[in-house]
Write a protein that binds this ligand. Structure first.
Ligand code: ZN
Length: 264
């Protein structure tokens, strides 16, 4: 493993630490970049050595140095995932196409923040999802448009965003928001433009499989009375984390669901 790769992991973990701040402060009116980080329980200002990504959590054993209250697992998890994503992007993308790396790194940061925010609050923040849609549109125009200007792959990829949006919009409208949220439709628009036709359809199919499997497990656990009381089948399960996990898997693994490419 090269020194560069380690640098990318550390850089990703630092970005992850910033994403935690964004997830926490989004919609609260607090600035993402200014203001001291404080403990939620005792409000003690945190020193730099309390804020070292991943390591502080380990050394503090998940507890505040000043009052001993528990620190959420979200912090080290987001930092580790972000570090691993940057490390993977280094090998998969940066070495071959640094410009594509910039686009994709920004997109994965936004998606990670959206996934965690939706998991916690069951809503997708407009500011994050619109930025994702914008970056994805620029990506499809810049990359596919550049190499296949005014040709079939370009139109197909450009159309994929609106097609997926329409599909999710119909699901949302028919179920009156019970199956998926309107935010998921916006997310799908960005996924279509970010990944293009084949990869985004594969990712969306995978997300439905994951959603179905997890729901079946929840139903089974519910039948066996294994579920904690506050978690029931009727409670809304946020869908964005499934979409985003599927995008991540599809991006790095490139499976071709149902041999989509052979259809065309
Ligand atoms: Zn504290």
């Amino acid at each position: 493993m090269s020194l560069f790769a380690i640098f990318f992991f550390i850089f990703g973990a630092i970005i992850g630490s910033f994403l935690n701040v964004v997830i926490l402060r989004y919609g609260t009116g607090f600035s993402f970049v200014s203001g001291h980080s404080k403990c939620f329980s005792c409000s003690h200002k945190l020193a730099w050595y309390d804020l070292v990504p991943i390591f502080s959590f380990i050394f503090l054993r998940g507890k505040c140095r000043y009052c001993g209250s528990k620190i959420s697992y979200q912090y080290p998890l987001v930092e580790i995932i972000s570090g691993l994503v940057f490390l993977s992007l280094y090998f998969w993308v940066f070495l071959f196409n640094p410009i594509a790396f910039v686009f994709d790194a920004i997109v994965f940061c936004l998606l990670l923040a959206i996934a965690v925010y939706d998991f916690r609050h069951k809503i997708i923040p407009d500011g994050l999802v619109y930025t994702f849609i914008g970056v994805s549109l620029v990506k499809v125009l810049y990359f596919t448009g550049f190499s296949h200007i005014l040709s079939y792959p370009f139109y197909l990829d450009l159309l994929t965003g609106p097609i997926l949006f329409l599909f999710f919009y119909i699901l949302w409208a028919v179920s009156r928001g019970r199956w998926i949220g309107f935010g998921d439709a916006k997310l799908a628009l960005g996924v279509g433009w970010f990944m293009g036709f084949y990869a985004s359809i594969s990712a969306i199919i995978l997300s439905f499989w994951l959603g179905a499997i997890i729901s079946l497990i929840l139903v089974a656990l519910g039948k066996l009375n294994f579920l904690p009381k506050k978690l029931t089948i009727k409670s809304e399960v946020p869908f964005a984390p499934f979409i985003i996990l599927s995008v991540l898997v599809e991006y790095f693994v490139h499976f071709d669901f149902f041999s989509l490419k052979s259809l065309f």
